[in-house]
Design a protein around this ligand. Structure first.
Ligand code: FES
Ligand code: FES
Length: 152
């Protein structure tokens, strides 16, 4: 089936299998491998992308649901060599952990700041509640998101 959609500002028209998932569309068809697949069942958040302004688990979105939508992936955060302030804040606050959970954490945080530029700590924690890291703590991540929201 033919669908039209936008990814990171670029329009696409593609003939896709109706059962294809968004994570496969991004990684395998468009080569946007920054989005990671962990659990494949909506539990870990590593596949988080932003669809029409909201963070979604791309392993749970079917490609036909993307028709007419605007998708942002981790690749959209850096522009012309300039990192997004969230990425800078993650680096500055030593919140970059592994490459598996970090893209999803960043996209959940980005969706939060797009909707709410000055969130409370509770709102920040809620925004990344669906992003699991099995190795370490979340304090530095929460701190990095807070610092980015304060322009530090
Ligand atoms: S891979 Fe999608 S939520 Fe885990
Ligand atoms: S899952 Fe990424 S650092 Fe633990």
């Amino acid at each position: 089936m033919l669908i039209e959609f936008t990814v990171n500002g670029k329009e696409h028209t593609m003939d896709i299998r109706p059962t294809m998932r968004l994570v496969d569309l991004l990684r395998e068809e468009l080569g946007l491998t920054g989005t990671k697949e962990g659990c494949s069942e909506g539990e870990c958040g590593s596949c988080t992308v932003i669809m029409n302004g909201k963070a979604v688990n791309s392993c749970l979105v079917l490609a036909p649901q993307v028709r007419g939508k605007e998708i942002l992936t981790i690749e959209a955060l850096e522009k012309d060599g300039q990192l997004d302030r969230l990425q800078e804040s993650f680096i500055n606050n030593i919140a970059v952990q592994c490459g598996y959970c970090t893209p999803g954490m960043l996209m959940s945080a980005k969706a939060l700041l797009m909707a709410n530029p000055h969130p409370t700590e509770e709102e920040i924690k809620l925004s990344i509640a669906g992003n699991l890291c099995r190795c370490t703590g979340y304090n530095k991540i929460v701190h990095a998101i807070k610092a980015a929201s304060e322009g530090i």
